[in-house]
Design a protein around this ligand. Structure first.
Ligand code: APR
Length: 176
């Protein structure tokens, strides 16, 4: 059973075996957290992403971490859903992102993984529901990962993730 923790900070500074980026389907980099990770990992990340992409929404693929500081060895690229109001399977795709990232981490033998708040920026997914989906999915997915770090970029995101962790412990029913 993985330990799940919430931190506030920059995911490029996290000392975990793998870090997850909220990518677009090309895997060649973009803005937001993807831009930050590509800047930190260096130009080889975009080349490696292009070599294995495109990546479907809800799927996840890994590359080396290149110039990111050890112990980070892997970048797991996942593509979140673009929010279109909630009736187009967005919740299921977001849950799939978290599940697939853990599957890829297991294939890599990664024991610690840092996640950003996937899809809650440019893709517009409501942050509170996204936090609940992240926690519930990570809690219910069998994995060999021992440490899961949810990295909030600001206080509001942090508070939502902390609340989602507490709420999930109380067993709130969910439908995704
Ligand atoms: N560390 C941690 N979290 C970060 C960082 C960072 N350095 N920078 C941004 N974030 C947070 C944002 O505050 C947001 O909560 O990451 C979350 C995800 O936002 P986006 O990066 O916009 O990702 P997403 O909403 O999934 O949109 C993906 O944006 O950058 C493009 O190429 C990307 O097309 C893709 C789309």
């Amino acid at each position: 059973m993985a330990v799940i923790e919430v931190v506030q900070g920059d995911i490029t500074l996290q000392h975990t075996d793998a870090i997850v980026t909220a990518a677009n389907e090309s895997l060649m980099g973009g803005g937001g957290v993807d831009g930050a990770i590509h800047r930190a990992a260096g130009r080889r990340l975009a080349d490696a992403g292009a070599a294995i992409g495109p990546c479907e929404p809800g799927d996840a693929m890994a590359t080396p971490a290149f110039d990111l500081e050890p112990p980070v060895r892997h970048v797991i690229h996942t593509v979140g859903p673009v929010w279109e109001g909630g009736d187009y399977g967005e919740a299921e795709v977001l849950a799939a992102c978290y599940r697939r990232c853990l599957e890829v981490a297991d294939e890599l033998g990664a024991k610690s993984v840092a996640f950003p708040a996937i899809a809650t920026g440019v893709y517009g997914f409501p942050a509170e529901e996204a936090a609940q989906i992240a926690v519930a999915t990570l809690r219910s997915s069998p994995t060999g990962v021992e440490q899961i770090r949810l990295v909030a970029f600001d206080q509001q995101a942090r508070d939502l993730l902390v609340a989602a962790l507490a709420q999930d412990r109380r067993g709130v029913p969910r439908d995704w």
